[in-house]
Design a protein around this ligand. Structure first.
Ligand code: PEP
Ligand code: MN
Length: 340
C-alpha cells in the first residue's frame, strides 16, 4: 500500500502516520519528493484493512494499493525518478552516463591504460571484473582480491569511480570494501541470497537482466534489494536469449522505455554483451541513447586481441572515443538537459 501525504502535511502528522503504519505491522519506506511525501507500507496483506484507516488521519490525502507485485520499485511508490549519486556522477539525472573499461582486470598496466583511455574520451566511471562468471571453468576466472586492489589504486590515480561484480553473498563484504558500485551479473539475477546481501550494503547496485528474465522478474529482483534497505539500484538491459544465433544475445531495446514507464529506477544498456561483436557496439549504443537509456556500459580494452575475456566485443581506444562523440550528439537531442 502507499500512503500519499497532503502537500501541506507537517512533520508531526507524518510522524503520527509512520507510527500508525508500524503499529499495524508494516515496514515504512519514505519517499520525500519535491511536491509531496509518499509512504510505502510494506508487509503482508493481512493488515490491509487497518492500514486503510490511515486515510482518516490528519495530513493524509489517500491510501492506495500498489497493484504491481514489485512495490518499492514501482513508479507509483515514488514521485519522480531515482537519481543515484556516485561521487560527482549522477545516474538517472539529466546526463547519459557512460561506464566503460575492460571485461576483466588483467594487470596493473592493462587496467591503468584502459582507465586513462576511457577517462580521456569522457567516460564517468570505470568498470572491470575481479571475479568473473565464466561459462567454462577452464577460462580465466579473474584476479580476485588482487584485482579489486588494482581497481582501487586506479581510482586513486584517475578519480574514476569503480564498478565491479560480486558473484556470491559471501563475496559481498570484500567487494563492498573496494567498489563504488556493486555489479550483479546476468547469471545471478535470481540469486536471492546475493540480492539480499547487496541490499544490506550502502553501495549502489548495478543489476543486470538475466538472459531469460522477464521485465517483471527483473523488477522483482530489484525489489529484493530495495526491500532489504538499499534504495540505490540501477537496472541494466544486456541482451536476452532468443532463437536468433547471429548475435551473442538479442538487445531488447524496448525494455528501456517499458522499464522507465514501470519504475522510477535508472535504466542503462550494455550493448557489448548484447551483441558480442565490437563492430556493432556503436549502432546499438546510438539506439540505446536514442530510446532514453540513462547510461551505457561499454567494454573497452587497450588491446582487444590480447584480452583474457570478451575481446571480440571490446572496443579499441580510438573506437570508444568515436562512440563517445556520437552518443553525445544524440543525448543532446533526446535528454532534457545535457551539460558536458
Ligand atoms: C560483464 O559485465 O562482464 C558480464 C559478465 O556481464 P553479464 O553478467 O551481463 O554477462
Ligand atoms: Mn564481459
Amino acid at each position: 500500500m502507499i500512503i500519499v501525504m497532503k502537500r501541506k502535511a507537517d512533520e508531526q502528522e507524518l510522524d503520527n502516520v509512520i507510527k500508525w503504519i508500524e503499529s499495524v505491522g508494516y515496514k515504512v519506506h519514505l519517499s520525500k519528493g519535491v511536491e509531496r511525501t509518499i509512504i510505502g507500507a510494506v508487509g503482508d496483506e493481512r493488515g490491509k484493512v487497518a492500514l486503510k484507516a490511515a486515510e482518516n488521519m490528519p495530513g493524509v490525502e489517500k491510501v492506495m494499493p500498489i497493484l504491481a507485485p514489485y512495490k518499492l520499485a514501482s513508479r507509483e511508490s515514488k514521485e519522480g525518478n531515482t537519481v543515484i549519486k556516485v561521487g560527482d556522477v549522477e545516474i538517472g539525472g539529466s546526463r547519459c552516463v557512460v561506464i566503460a573499461g575492460p571485461c576483466a582486470v588483467e594487470s596493473p598496466e592493462q587496467l591503468m591504460e584502459a582507465a586513462e583511455v576511457v577517462k580521456k574520451a569522457g567516460a564517468s566511471m570505470l568498470r572491470g571484473g575481479a571475479f568473473k562468471p565464466r561459462t567454462s571453468p577452464y577460462s580465466f576466472q579473474g584476479m580476485g582480491e588482487q584485482g579489486l586492489k588494482l581497481l582501487a589504486e586506479t581510482r586513486e590515480k584517475t578519480g574514476l569511480p569503480i564498478v565491479t561484480e560480486a558473484m556470491s553473498a559471501e563475496e559481498v563484504e570484500l567487494v563492498e570494501r573496494y567498489a563504488d558500485v556493486i555489479q550483479i551479473g546476468a547469471r545471478n539475477i535470481q540469486n536471492f541470497a546475493l540480492l539480499k546481501a547487496v541490499g544490506l550494503t550502502r553501495k549502489p547496485v548495478l543489476l543486470k537482466r538475466g538472459m531469460m528474465t522477464t521485465l517483471e522478474e527483473l523488477l522483482m529482483s530489484a525489489e529484493y534489494i530495495l526491500a532489504s534497505g538499499n534504495d540505490e539500484v540501477i537496472l541494466c538491459e544486456r541482451g536476452i536469449r532468443t532463437f536468433e544465433t547471429a548475435m551473442r544475445n538479442t538487445l531488447d531495446i524496448s525494455a528501456v522505455p517499458v522499464l522507465k514507464d514501470k519504475t522510477h529506477l535508472p535504466v542503462i544498456v550494455d550493448p557489448s554483451h548484447a551483441i558480442g561483436q565490437w563492430r556493432f557496439v556503436l549502432p546499438l549504443a546510438r539506439a540505446a541513447v536514442a530510446v532514453g537509456a540513462d547510461g551505457l556500459l561499454i567494454e573497452v580494452h587497450p588491446e582487444p586481441d590480447l584480452a583474457l575475456c570478451d575481446g571480440a566485443q571490446s572496443l579499441r581506444p580510438e573506437r570508444f572515443a568515436e562512440l563517445m562523440e556520437e552518443i553525445e550528439s544524440i543525448a543532446k537531442i533526446v535528454r532534457k538537459e545535457y551539460a558536458q
